[in-house]
Structures are given as structure tokens and as C-alpha cells.
Design a protein around this ligand. Structure first.
Ligand code: ZZB
Length: 260
């Protein structure tokens, strides 16, 4: 899997993260949450960024910068030239997802120029990507239903409702079958009630990917009017050229041994 790893710079840590990280990072450190995405063309619609609340995250040093992601992802990056020394991924701190909820981060290309919040998503997997997931409720059914749930039960999740930024979702891609807000349409059509409706969400994701990629047209951003198939790589290149993203590949899970 070839992902785009996005650099979301920390603007202000949550209180609990500040306590945990005290003395572990230089005070002026540039630190980034690193979500892995397959949909760089949707980055205009980012409204928050998810971590698994009970998952463990490392903070890794890359020259004068620091990345927040799973240890597993950092190890993979160390064999893809992301770190200065091949195979090494120096870890300066460890936090749990819960510690960093509420942190304000910059979201490259997003209409939310003042930044977005780190929020909890129970279904984030440690075994895929970087275990950081940027939230695009217009085009990802998982993100749509999780945002809805977080906004409804803000108190239970110990977050502020305003952090979800779910009031008026920005339409960025139009498709013949699902209109301008693919995720909302699919969640409603398939009667998805909760982020735990795993089977229906898988089906919704497949449909959203297919329709979005093959039939989608950009209706927002620098490549407005272009097909998604074409815009995807243009947005990706734009982000990478600006130093706001880098390629991240997931090793094929089926390969067990290289020695044979
Ligand atoms: C932004 C985005 C916008 C995404 C969208 C999807 C969609 P896949 O196909 O199963 O590999 N993701 C990445 N890592 C994780 C993780 N560890 N746990 C849970 N979800 C994760 O899924 C890749 C997509 O799943 C990634 O692309 C990321 O969300 C999320 F409009 O980034 B995406 C129809 C999907 N639309």
C-alpha cells in the first residue's frame, strides 16, 4: 500500500500531553502528527485528526523535527529513508492516545486555517498505517459516523463539542451516485448507526472508494473541475513539494520471510 503521510504540526498540546512531555522535547520543537492517507485529494475537508485513545504512540526525532506515530510505523519509515540513519528511529517519548486528545494541530490544505483537534476514535488500528487518521467527514463514512458520535456524546468522550467541527461539512468531491457528500449519503442509505457497525462501514468504504476514484470530480480546491483520478496525484505532489507530506509504504502483510 502506498500512502501519503501528512505532516500536521502541533500548535498547542493538550494539558495532559504537556505534563507528560515536560522536559522531553526542546521548548521550540517542531512536532507533527503523521496520519497516513490513501485520499490526499480530500485534505481540503479535514475537520479533526483521530488517534486510538488506548493505543501507544512514540515521539521520534528526525534531525530538528519530531513525529508522532506508532512504533511500528516509525520502524517502517526507518527503512524508507524518512530518518537520517537507515534503520534507526530514535524515540524521545511515549504517550497514549488519550493523553494527546484535545491537542491543536495544523491541517495542511484544510479550510480550517486555525487548526483542528486531535480526537479519539476507538476503531483506529495499530496494525495499519501510522495509527493516526486524519478526519474527512465528507468522503469517509468512518469519519462521518465517528464525528457524529463524538458530537452527540461529547461529555462521555471528555471532549468539547466544538472540537468536532461537524456543523457544516465542506463538499469537495461530487459523484453521480452519491452527490456532493458521499459519506453522509452512504451512512444514511446503509442505515449505519454507530462507529461499531463494522460490516456496514466496510461496505460503505468500498463503495465510497470506487465511486469517488472512478467517477468523482473535484468541486473544491486548486484542481476544481478535474477528475479525482487525476487530482489525487496532483494534490499529493503539491503537498510533497511543499514539504507538508512524504510517501509512506506499508510492507505487504502476506510476505512473511525474505530469506527463502
Ligand atoms: C483520509 C481519508 C479520506 C481516508 C477519505 C479515507 C477516505 P484502507 O483502505 O482500509 O487501507 N486509516 C488509515 N490508517 C488507519 C488505521 N490505523 N486505523 C483505521 N483507519 C485508518 O484504509 C485507508 C484509510 O483508512 C486511510 O485513508 C485513512 O483514512 C484510514 F475520504 O485518510 B483515509 C472511502 C474512504 N475515504
Amino acid at each position: 500500500q502506498e500512502y501519503t503521510a501528512l505532516k500536521m504540526q502541533v500548535k498547542e498540546w493538550s494539558e495532559s500531553a504537556q505534563k507528560k512531555l515536560d522536559g522531553k522535547l526542546p521548548t521550540d520543537a517542531k512536532t507533527y502528527f503523521i496520519p497516513a492517507t490513501l485520499r490526499p485529494e480530500t485534505m481540503y475537508g479535514q475537520t479533526s485528526c483521530f488517534v486510538g485513545p488506548s493505543l501507544e504512540y512514540g515521539i521520534f526525532q528526525i534531525n530538528s523535527e519530531y513525529f508522532v506515530c506508532s512504533v511500528r510505523a516509525a520502524r517502517n519509515m526507518a527503512f524508507q529513508g524518512t530518518f537520517p540513519k537507515w534503520g534507526e528511529f530514535p524515540q524521545v517519548a511515549t504517550v497514549t492516545g488519550k493523553d494527546v486528545v484535545g491537542t491543536l494541530v495544523d491541517a495542511p490544505l484544510s479550510i480550517h486555517k486555525d487548526g483542528v483537534r486531535i480526537l479519539p476514535m476507538e476503531t483506529v488500528k495499530d496494525t495499519k498505517g501510522t495509527a493516526v487518521v486524519t478526519c474527512v467527514p465528507s468522503d469517509s463514512p468512518d469519519d462521518y459516523i465517528t464525528s457524529l458520535d463524538l458530537a452527540k456524546k461529547a461529555e462521555y468522550y471528555q471532549i468539547q463539542k466544538e472540537w468536532v467541527r461537524f456543523d457544516d461539512i465542506l463538499p469537495i468531491i461530487s459523484t453521480p451516485q452519491f452527490g456532493d457528500l458521499t459519506a453522509k449519503k452512504l451512512v444514511e442509505d446503509l442505515k449505519i448507526q454507530s462507529p461499531k457497525d463494522a460490516k456496514k462501514l466496510e461496505e460503505a468504504k468500498e463503495k465510497a472508494y470506487k465511486e469517488g476514484f472512478y467517477k468523482g470530480t473535484m468541486i473544491y480546491g486548486d484542481f476544481k473541475g478535474k477528475k479525482v483520478e487525476e487530482a489525487k496525484n496532483l494534490v499529493r505532489k503539491q503537498l510533497i513539494d511543499a514539504g507538508l507530506a512524504f510517501p509512506y509504504a506499508e510492507p505487504d502483510g502476506k510476505v512473511i520471510s525474505r530469506s527463502g
